[in-house]
Design a protein around this ligand. Structure first.
Ligand SMILES: [Zn+2]
Length: 163
């Protein structure tokens, strides 16, 4: 793990601790193990992949993993991606350069970095809102799906001409 990502994990832990203290939640080791595991994953992950990841340290039930992820989303440490079919999560705290290309057909996504894009959005003033980080999702169709669609269209045309 790089020094930058270690610092980021530390900062995220601090946010969680503050939340727990103000809301008087239980300060369970599971929560921190899950947060650490999430912050050690690069890119997107599902409830199952996070559960597998944390299993090296601790056995945590799927429901607990899910509930904690929802808490992390609520306090801005993790974002939920609107992937068709499967919910994916990604850490977002102090991570303002990650954007993604999302295929609306198969749900695959590719991460790209563009700090200029993030900076230009973060420079904007929003009414009654203080922005801290951002992630842009570009919706579209991946090349594999485009190729498949082209093949299916061709097949359909052949069928039609045979009639
Ligand atoms: Zn696709």
């Amino acid at each position: 793990m790089t020094k930058a990502s270690e610092e980021r994990m530390k900062a995220a832990r601090e946010v969680l601790t503050q939340y727990i203290l103000t809301k008087h939640c239980r300060k369970t080791p599971e929560r921190y193990a899950l947060l650490d595991a999430a912050y050690s994953i690069t890119g997107q992950f599902t409830v199952d992949t996070l559960q597998e990841h944390v299993a090296k340290k601790m056995m945590i039930s799927r429901v607990t993993v899910y509930n904690n992820l929802e808490l992390f989303v609520k306090i801005g440490l993790v974002v939920k991606h609107p992937t068709p079919g499967l919910v994916k999560y990604e850490v977002c705290y102090q991570n303002n350069t990650h954007h993604q290309l999302l295929c609306t057909v198969c749900g695959s996504s590719t991460i790209f970095l563009d700090s200029e894009l993030s900076d230009s959005i973060l420079k904007r003033k929003f009414l009654k809102f203080h922005s801290t980080n951002c992630s842009v999702i570009v919706y579209g169709i991946c090349s594999k799906c485009r190729a498949r669609q082209a093949r299916e269209k061709k097949k359909l045309n052949i069928k039609n001409t045979k009639k």
